[in-house]
Design a protein around this ligand. Sequence first.
Ligand code: DLL
Length: 433
Amino acid sequence: MIWNKARECESIEKRKERQLADLKELCFRVYERVPFYRKKFDNAGINPSDIKTLDDIAKIPFTTKDEMRETYPYGLLAVDETDIVEIHTSSGTTGTPVVDAYTQSDMDMWGEVMARCFGMAGGDKGDVVQNAYGYGMFTGGLGVHYGSQKIGANIIPAASGNTKRQLMLMRDFKSTILTCTPSYALFMADEARDMGIEFKDLHLKSGIFGAEPWSDNMRDEIESKLHLKAHDIYGLTEIIGPGVSCECDIQHGLHVNEDYFFPEIIDPETGKVLPEGEKGELVFTTLTKQGTPILRYRTRDITWLWHDECKCGRTLVKMHRLLGRNDDMLIIRGVNVFPSQIENVLLRVEETQPHYQIIIERGSTHLDEVELQVEVEESFFSDETKELERIKNKLHQELKQELGISINIRLVEPKSIERSIGKAKRVIDKRNI
Ligand code: DLL
């Protein structure tokens, strides 16, 4: 099913015309309504009227995650606060989150792009969507929810976790589409085996998996274990949430909903726009978003873009499955974690030193397991298990509050973590994704 053929399959020329018209309007709108952008334009010596072609977008300065944090909570708002109908924040709970504030028209647009993603994954009215993304401030759960309702499917808002119940619902309500992180899909496969449930006897036909890196190998494993067709979905809070791009049935690149999210690839070092087909950092401009429009957001995600005549008929530009990031952000069980957040907690907790290593593994359960090895402050180090246990519990609580996930802690003796003369190797990622 192609949800919106007129838009998804329109000619490239026509789409470009619309993108340009929307870009121009956007520039005038944010210049007038958002002091943050007015200052950006002024400092760069440009005026909204200087944007005459799509290539002129390169004149506009980038927006970064740090800037989005600095403007918390409503510094990027381009409408009256009373026009906001919903807010979400980035996964992971850093002190100051990144805020996405949606007007009703933004919500309609989100539903529209997610409906397209469902279409790409073969979804339609009559389908039963089991949504095992997290609900709440994270965009995954509700974003998928709105898209599913838009296509008229029956949504089971199972949310993540409680796997036994998940499998029971899947069997009893005959779920046809599963939406969750790819690692959770594999975890479910193992649980099902233990419960004596065979996926081939269930009704799943497709899955929409994303929010974390995965690979073609993982796709093969998921498809064979869960007996479904696995589609990659990409998105990020800063832009809208899930629904920025998704794979169609051809499974050869993700179609970007570029009539709403204008993509560019830049050289992360120089900031220069790279020609189509070259690998670099993905940058997005939200062409029509009203609540918190974003101009040239540096995602830090690495990929490349290309146009081809996709057999599905869609003309939307494609992006390759993500190749990685060019910052140190980790995605652990779908939650974004920066090593600096861990460091901040270690500095705050007086019993520990900011000498640490983070070891990430994906064992037999397919879920990410993290161990934080951390040095205890000399004056607190003791042979008493009780005392060490107290420190461990305290740190565990603090980290859980900061990161939003639980991590295993191993306290080690002062000065036992290897010191580096160069850039310290803080993260040892053993996940073979
Ligand atoms: O993860 C939104 C989302 C929800 C996408 C559900 C897909 C499905 P954030 O928490 O803001 O938003 O994290 C965004 O996650 O910049 C990527 O680095 C990573 N990411 C998202 N989708 C994929 C994917 C949601 N399909 C960050 N493959 C992004 C690899 C992904 N990484």
